[in-house]
Design a protein around this ligand. Structure first.
Ligand code: F6R
Length: 609
C-alpha cells in the first residue's frame, strides 16, 4: 500500500524515480509525486490520479538536473486523493520533504501539539506530521532529527526524508512496512519493493524493523535506533527485470494468467523428486514436530484465503489432520485456541499484509508453530515464521492475483502431501501417484490456455448483466469464491459466491430469468449434488455457465454455456478450474472498458489493517 522510491547518485534522478514509481504503481494509484534536491532547495511536483497525471506534470523542466530525491505513489488512507494530500510532503520551511507508507497511529495528538507549537499543516494526512517532527528536531543533523522523530511516532510505517541542506543524503526508517535498499556503484536506491530498482541493480539489502538507513551515493549504513551500525549482507536477486514488463501482452493480468503453467512448474520444481516422496527444504520445522501436529490453522486474506480454503480440503483428505481457517483480520482479534501442537499457516503473496502478519505473530506468541506460504523472498512473513514455503510464482504486477493464487494452491497441496508422508496417512505409492499427476498439471494448463476459446464468447453474452451468482461444492467452492472475487474486483459487477447447498437458504431469491449463475461442476464425489442445484437454478429460468470436466457431455444439456477443463483427480482440480473463471472475469472487465491492472480503490499490498 503506497510505493516509495528514493535515489541518490551521479545520474539525474527524475527519470529513475519516475520509472521506479511505474514499477510500484500496483501499490496504489490515487496520487503520485516527486521531491528532488535541486541547487540547495527542494522541488516538489505532485498530481492526483495514476502516474500518467504525474508524467504530464513533469513534462518540461520540472525536477530536471537533480541527482537525489524521493518518489511516492499513494493509496489513500487518511485524507481523500487530492494534490494537497499527495506525497511527498514538506515541512513549514520547505527544506524538508518526506514520503511515507503505512499509518502513524498517534498523528492526531502529534498534529495538535505541533500546531500549538506553530507548525502549519497543509494536508489531511497522518504522514505530514513526520515532516514537521523532523523539522522540530533538526539541528544540523538529519539522522538525529529522524531518530528523535521515530521516538515520537507510533504505528507501522516506512519512510524516507531529505533536507535541502544535505544535497545527496537520504535517511529512511521502517517498522512493519517494507523498505529495501538497492545497492549500486556510486549510486543507491531505497524502495518499497525490488522491482522499483531492478532494472538498475540486483544487489539488495533488507532493512529490519526499528532500523534506520543512511544513504549517500558512496555508501549505505544501517543503524539501530541508538545509532549503532548494523551489519547487513547484500543479496543478489535472480529476478529478471523483464518480469516487470508486459512482454507483448496488453495487460499484466493477461500476461500473468498465461504465465501460470510456468509458475506452477517453478512451484513444484525439486519438490517432487523422481525417486518418490515430497521434499520441502525451507520448511525448517523438524519432521518430529510436524508429526505431532494435531491441528492446522490457516490464516490469510482475500485470494490467499481462498487458496487456504482449498488447503482445508486437501489437508483433511490427505493428511487427515483437523483444519481451521479464518480471515486474518478476524483471527487476530479473536481468542483462538492454539497450542504447541498447532501449525499455523499464514498465506500471503506479498508477505507484507498487515492482518496476516499480525495473526502470525499472535499465533507465535501463543506457542504455535508458524509456517509462511509466500511469494516474496525476505518479506516480513518470512521473518515472522518458523518455516517458509515459497510459492516461486515470479513477480506479479496485476493487482488482481492470478498466477500467485494457483502457486499458493500448489504449495498447500505440497504441504498436505508432505504431512501425509510424515503422518503416514497415505502410503508412498498413493503419494507418488498424486505427485505424478501434480507434475502433469502445468502441461495440461498450457494446452488448455493455448486452445481456450469459450471464455471470451461467454463474456460477450453476459458482460452487461448487473449481477453474477457463483455456486460450488467441495473443492469447487473456493474456486467459486475466487472467481466471484476476480469478477467483482476488476469489473465492479456485484457477485455472490455460495456453497451450492446453501443456495436455497437465501440467495435463490436473487435469481430471475436470465440471471447468470456460474457453477463449478467438475466430476467428483459431489457432482450429482451440484447437478441437483443446477436443476434448481434452471427451474428459476436463470442461465447456467458451467465449469465442467472434459468429456462430460451430459452437462451440455443442463447448462446454457460450458467451459471445459482437462480431467484431473478431484483434489487437484482447483488448479485448473480457477483458470476459466479468471479468464471470464478478465474478458468481462475488458468488454466493460475497465482498467484490469489497476482496479479502483485497490492496492496489491495491503500494509494497513
Ligand atoms: C485479490 C487479491 C487480494 C489479496 C489480498 C491478500 O485479487 O489479490 O485479495 O489476495 O490482499 O494479499 P497477500 O496475499 O499479499 O497477503
Amino acid at each position: 500500500m503506497c510505493g516509495i522510491i528514493a535515489y541518490t547518485g551521479q545520474r539525474q534522478c527524475k527519470e529513475l524515480l519516475f520509472q521506479g514509481l511505474r514499477k510500484l504503481e500496483y501499490r496504489g494509484y490515487d496520487s503520485a509525486g516527486l521531491s528532488v534536491l535541486s541547487n540547495g532547495h527542494i522541488e516538489l511536483v505532485r498530481a492526483v490520479g495514476n502516474l500518467d497525471s504525474l508524467e504530464k506534470e513533469l513534462e518540461g523542466d520540472g525536477c530536471t538536473g537533480a541527482h537525489a530525491g524521493l518518489g511516492h505513489t499513494r493509496w489513500a488512507t487518511h485524507g481523500r486523493p487530492s494534490t494537497a494530500n499527495a506525497h511527498p510532503h514538506l515541512d513549514c520551511t520547505g527544506k524538508i520533504s518526506i514520503v511515507l507508507n503505512g499509518i502513524i497511529e498517534n498523528y492526531q495528538d502529534l498534529r495538535e501539539k505541533l500546531t500549538a507549537e506553530g507548525h502549519k499543516f497543509t494536508s489531511e494526512t497522518d504522514a505530514e506530521v513526520v515532516s514537521h517532527l523532523v523539522e522540530k528536531h533538526y539541528d544540523g543533523d538529519l539522522v538525529e532529527a529522524t531518530r528523535l522523530s521515530i521516538g515520537e511516532i507510533s504505528g507501522h510505517y516506512a519512510f524516507c526524508v531529505i533536507h535541502s541542506g544535505h544535497p545527496d543524503l537520504i535517511v529512511g526508517a521502517r517498522k512493519e512496512c517494507p523498505l529495501l535498499i538497492g545497492v549500486g556503484e556510486g549510486e543507491n536506491f531505497i524502495a518499497s519493493a525490488i522491482p522499483a530498482f531492478l532494472s538498475e541493480t540486483r544487489d539488495v539489502m533488507v532493512i529490519g524493523d526499528d532500523e534506520m538507513v543512511v544513504m549517500t551515493p558512496d555508501g549505505v549504513q544501517i543503524l539501530d535506533l541508538d545509532k549503532q551500525p548494523l551489519d547487513r549482507e547484500i543479496t543478489r536477486v535472480s529476478w529478471n527485470a523483464d518480469a516487470a514488463e508486459k512482454g507483448g501482452y496488453e495487460t499484466f493480468m493477461r500476461k500473468e494468467i498465461y504465465e501460470q503453467p510456468d509458475s506452477l512448474t517453478d512451484t513444484l520444481a525439486g519438490r517432487l523428486p523422481a525417486g518418490g516422496g515430497i521434499v520441502l527444504e525451507e520448511l525448517a520445522i523438524p519432521d518430529k514436530e510436524l508429526a505431532k501436529i494435531d491441528k492446522v490453522y490457516i490464516v490469510a486474506c482475500g485470494t490467499s484465503y481462498h487458496a487456504g480454503l482449498v488447503g482445508r480440503y486437501v489437508l483433511e483428505n490427505w493428511a487427515r489432520v483437523a483444519v481451521e481457517l479464518d480471515v486474518a483480520s478476524e483471527f487476530r482479534y479473536r481468542d483462538p485456541v492454539l497450542s504447541p501442537t498447532t501449525l499455523v499457516v499464514g498465506i500471503s503473496q506479498s508477505g507484507e499484509t498487515a492482518d496476516t502478519l499480525a495473526a502470525m505473530r499472535q499465533a507465535r506468541s501463543q506457542g504455535a508453530r508458524v509456517l509462511a506460504i509466500t511469494n516474496i523472498m525476505g518479506s516480513q512473513a518470512t521473518r515472522d515464521a518458523d518455516g517458509i514455503l515459497y510459492t516461486r510464482a515470479g513477480l506479479e504486477i496485476g493487482v488482481a492475483a492470478t498466477k500467485t493464487h494457483v502457486a499458493q494452491i500448489a504449495a498447500i497441496q505440497l504441504l498436505a502431501l508432505y504431512l501425509a508422508q510424515i503422518r503416514q496417512t497415505m502410503d508412498p505409492k498413493e503419494i507418488s501417484e498424486v505427485a505424478a499427476e501434480l507434475k502433469s498439471i502445468p502441461d495440461l494448463m498450457r494446452n488448455y490456455l493455448k486452445n481456450e476459446a469459450s471464455a471470451y464468447e461467454i463474456a460477450k453474452r453476459y458482460y452487461q448483466q448487473p449481477f453474477f451468482l457463483y455456486l460450488g461444492r467441495g473443492v469447487g467452492l473456493p474456486v467459486c469464491l475466487e472467481g466471484a472475487l476476480k469478477l467483482k474486483e476488476i469489473s465492479y459487477i456485484p457477485t455472490e459466491a455460495y456453497a451450492a447447498g446453501e443456495m436455497k437458504h437465501g440467495p435463490i431469491a436473487l435469481l430471475d430469468k436470465g440471471s447468470p449463475v456460474v457453477v463449478v461442476a467438475n466430476d467428483g464425489h459431489v457432482y450429482e449434488k451440484v447437478v441437483s442445484n443446477i436443476e434448481e437454478v434452471r427451474a428459476r429460468r436463470a442461465s447456467v455457465i458451467a465449469v465442467a470436466t472434459e468429456g462430460n457431455e451430459r452437462i451440455k444439456s443442463l447448462s446454457d454455456d460450458v467451459m471445459y477443463i482437462p480431467r484431473t483427480s478431484e483434489m487437484l482440480s482447483p488448479l485448473l478450474s480457477v483458470v476459466p473463471l479468471q479468464l471470464l472475469a478478465y474478458y468481462i472487465a475488458q468488454l466493460k472498458g475497465c482498467n484490469v491492472d489497476q482496479p479502483r480503490n485497490l492496492a496489491k499490498t495491503v500494509t494497513v489493517e
